[in-house]
Design a protein around this ligand. Structure first.
Ligand SMILES: NC(=O)c1ccc[n+]([C@@H]2O[C@H](COP(=O)([O-])OP(=O)(O)OC[C@H]3O[C@@H](n4cnc5c(N)ncnc54)[C@H](O)[C@@H]3O)[C@@H](O)[C@H]2O)c1
Length: 283
């Protein structure tokens, strides 16, 4: 979508971090913005920032794990801003415990927000974009959607984020003839409140913890601390890449150059499996 000026972007998890930065960057491009966030006050603060930039903005309390709630975001955006063009399925959380200690509730919470949240965004928004033969999805995955990260709690996150990459790759191909684009955002570490995700842990998953949550530590002895911990970026740098990618309909949005080698290593290992197959078939 080359021309963003005068159009409308919707951003889930837009009340903080990467979502907030995308909201501000799209507003800079002349877009009006709907923020959907489970934290009403954060969403309203960002909407106010955007209104002070001279653009229209609404904040809608939205839980991406609930399809009716996401459909409410669709309706509120149409009524409040008169249309929908760019949909950022961005809300995400991480649970920080070693894999053997992760409970069913830990798994469900992360898969519900990080994967089903994107599915709900596609279910709710796609009919609107198809009806107008115009629009673009930006789905926030992570570098953890391209390579597995060895860190406590990250297994459920990685599982969800690989799914987000898969959904977006499929949308990108299938929706192209309908005039709809799709990009998947795969950042390394960004300075946001993701480490405090448990502030939004639902009652069904035990609610927010009463004890402070230890910071997620990447497993020592693996390459991951070097690759992922090397360069913590600020959200506006990530948002700038997103704006470029929407204009160009780029499928993959990568942001951290130092993650390249690890992605190459994964594909080299997969290719090695094909080499092995070939040599065993030729025996
Ligand atoms: N920060 C990083 O290092 C990093 C790296 C790669 C990918 N990401 C991804 O970026 C996205 C944004 O995270 P962030 O780092 O800005 O974290 P953040 O915690 O600063 O922002 C996440 C936002 O999502 C909202 N949210 C949480 N649960 C929700 C729900 N059920 N429904 C609606 N909103 C909900 C929160 O209220 C918050 O405003 C996530 O998908 C995350 O996985 C983050």
């Amino acid at each position: 979508m080359q021309e963003l000026n005068g159009k409308v972007a919707v951003i889930t998890g837009g009340g903080s971090g990467i979502g907030r930065a995308m909201a501000l960057a799209f507003a800079e491009e002349g877009m009006d913005i709907a923020i959907g966030d489970i934290e009403s006050s954060s969403g309203e603060t960002v909407a106010e920032e955007i209104r002070s930039m001279g653009r229209q903005s609404i904040a809608v309390t939205c839980d991406v794990t609930n399809l009716d709630s996401v459909r409410g975001l669709v309706e509120a955006t149409k009524t409040g801003l008169g249309g929908i063009h760019v949909v950022c399925n961005n809300a995400g959380v991480v649970a920080g415990k070693p894999t053997p200690e992760l409970s069913e509730a830990d798994w469900s919470w992360v898969l519900d927000v990080d994967l089903n949240g994107v599915v709900n965004g596609v279910l709710a928004f796609l009919p609107e974009l198809v009806a107008q033969n115009e629009g673009h999805f930006v789905n926030t995955a992570s570098i953890a959607g391209l390579i597995p990260l060895a860190a406590p709690g990250v297994i459920s996150y990685t599982t969800a984020k690989y799914g987000v990459v898969g959904i977006t790759e499929t949308l990108h191909e299938e929706l192209r003839p309908l005039g709809i684009g799709a990009s998947v955002l795969c950042p390394g570490v960004v300075n946001t409140r993701i480490g405090e995700s448990a502030r939004n842990r639902p009652k069904a998953a035990g609610g927010p913890p009463t004890e402070p949550i230890p910071a997620i530590e990447l497993a020592p002895g693996t390459e991951m601390p070097r690759i992922v911990g090397a360069n913590v970026q600020e959200p506006p740098a990530i948002a700038a890449r997103v704006v470029e990618a929407v204009k160009a309909n780029d499928l993959y949005i990568v942001t951290h150059p130092e993650t390249r080698e690890a992605v190459e290593d994964r594909f080299t290992a997969i290719m090695a499996a094909y080499d092995k197959l070939e040599s065993s078939l030729n025996k």
